[in-house]
Design a binder for this molecule. Structure first.
Ligand code: 5GP
Length: 184
């Protein structure tokens, strides 16, 4: 039986491909559970409540902060994002491997609270490629794209604060490398 790690943090700048890598990981390893975050961001086309995110208004989100219902939370590009505490606790108690796909400030908070967690930072092949990916995704307006890109530079400078930094050249390869890190 492999010694599977229990709390996995996948972080990195917006557009680096965290979401697609997560999908590939979940497709390859059915024992991993992905935490669904809460956010105050508006749903993008096709996004569903409780599937992609719990979409909340600011009032509700702040209420949850006050009630300590988040494992971590952060502000990102004008919106709030947070990991609901109860579902993660429940899975961890059951011995299920939990994967968090979150931005850098939240990832730092989790690493501090859970030093035994495995934290992985995804890097883009280069910053121009990151911009191409965000633009090709076509989900953000120009202002939001600029905000995400300027934050990306700051986030990338924090990549050495995590257990591993992997460059995401190929989704499948990256997913395989992450599963290996989880299982060893
Ligand atoms: P997006 O708006 O593109 O879905 O997400 C923006 C950023 O927020 C991404 O880097 C994403 O990983 C991050 N994010 C998603 N959920 C959470 C969360 O629960 N906590 C934190 N800190 N960041 C999150």
């Amino acid at each position: 039986m492999k010694n599977q790690k229990k709390l996995i943090i996948l972080t990195g700048p917006s557009g680096v491909g965290k979401g697609t890598v997560v999908k590939a990981i979940l497709g390859k390893d059915k024992n991993i559970w992905l935490s669904i975050s809460a956010t105050t961001r508006e749903p993008r086309e096709g996004e569903k409540m409780g599937e992609n995110y719990y979409f909340l208004n600011q009032e509700k989100f702040k209420e949850m902060i006050q009630q300590n219902l988040f494992l971590e939370w952060a502000q990102f590009a004008g919106n709030y994002y947070g990991t609901p505490l109860s579902s993660v606790n429940e899975k961890i108690k059951k011995g299920i491997t939990v994967l968090l796909e979150i931005e850098v400030e939240g990832a730092k908070q989790i690493k501090e609270k859970f030093p035994n967690s495995l934290s992985i930072f995804l890097l883009p092949p280069d910053i121009a490629e990151l911009e191409r990916r965000i633009r090709n995704r076509g989900t953000e307006k120009e202002e939001a794209i600029k905000e995400r890109l300027s934050r990306a530079n700051y986030e990338i400078s924090a990549s050495n604060q995590f257990d591993f930094a992997l460059t995401n050249y190929d989704v499948n390869e990256t997913a395989k490398r992450i599963i290996k890190l989880i299982q060893t």
